[in-house]
Ligand binder design. Structure first.
Ligand code: AMP
Length: 282
């Protein structure tokens, strides 16, 4: 496995692989990798001959006051994880390599970005779509792998790839969790041990919601209320949002009569965590 920092090096390597007829996968990440990322890389390696992992803390997807400066980084550890998971190339560019200082272009997906994290983090998805478009054009993969942990991001990227005719298959991969249910996240690293315990409330509240749906409840309002009550039982938790939306359009729904996405964002202390599940109505 090689690690490169320039666009030219990625292009040369991928071009050489394509000449050999190899299929190419891309797994975009911001580093500080964990088993969630490893699951994407392993899946990519099982379905493609060559896997490129990008590690880039993308400044333009962070808003003012967010954690860009404190975002955890550990390239040595990430390198071992990538190698073990079956990656062939790490692309870890500097910000100056990715962004021209005089760049005028932003990629924006409308509609799907209005609610959920899009409403709470203005400009976030423009930053995500712009960097992912650039990575697609740099790596030219056949398939790209994203986690369902970021459900809105996955929906937005799928739509962007469709709307802009990227000849790339977008593949969603299931959420990987700690044994106690907490969704793996690089941001879990910020949590004190007390906060780590408190963070379990995200998964617990969603589980309560799932139980309600399993019992046949169809009211989105009631579903949200049950999740809210559970989250509020944890003093260290501060709700950012609880949303029940159509799984495809991401628009809010009142009655659960089609596949839905139940998504929450919760502050545990200063750390903002997200979690979700998809419910396919019977
Ligand atoms: P990030 O480094 O947080 O930007 O994440 C890079 C990719 O890994 C995204 O597609 C995430 O959705 C995915 N990912 C992050 N955490 C998990 C997880 N716990 N399970 C599955 N995928 C994940």
């Amino acid at each position: 496995m090689k690690t490169v920092k320039t666009i030219l090096e990625v292009r040369n390597q991928v071009q050489a692989w394509k000449k050999e007829g190899y299929s190419i996968a891309l797994v975009p990440t911001m580093g500080y990798l964990h088993e969630g990322h490893a699951s994407l890389i392993k899946r990519a390696a099982s379905e493609n001959e060559k896997v490129v992992v990008s590690i880039f803390v993308n400044p333009i997807q962070f808003g003012p006051g967010e954690d860009l400066d404190s975002y955890p980084r550990d390239l040595d550890r990430d390198t071992i994880l990538c190698e073990n998971a079956g990656a062939n190339l790490i692309f870890t560019p500097e910000v100056s390599e990715m962004y021209y200082v005089d760049a005028l272009t932003t990629v924006s997906v409308n509609g799907l970005t209005n609610g959920l994290c899009g409403a709470k983090r203005p400009g976030h998805f423009d930053g995500v779509c712009t960097v992912v478009s650039k990575l697609f054009n740099i790596v030219l993969p056949d398939k790209a792998y994203f986690g369902e942990k970021d459900a809105q991001q996955l929906a937005v990227i799928k739509r962007m790839a469709h709307d802009l005719n990227f000849p790339i298959e977008i593949i969603g991969c299931p959420i990987v969790r700690e044994e106690d249910g907490l969704a793996k996240s690089s941001r879990n690293n910020y949590l004190s041990s007390k906060e780590r315990q408190a963070a379990l409330i995200l998964h617990k509240s969603l589980t309560k919601g799932k139980e309600l749906l399993s019992a046949g409840e169809k009211s989105a309002k009631l579903l949200k209320q049950i999740i809210k009550n559970e989250l509020e039982s944890e003093v260290l938790a501060k709700i950012d949002y609880i949303e029940v939306v159509d799984a495809l359009s991401l628009t809010t729904i009142d009655i659960v009569d089609k596949p839905i996405l139940v998504a929450i964002a919760v502050y545990i202390g200063k750390t903002r965590l997200i979690d979700n599940f998809i419910w396919e109505s019977k």
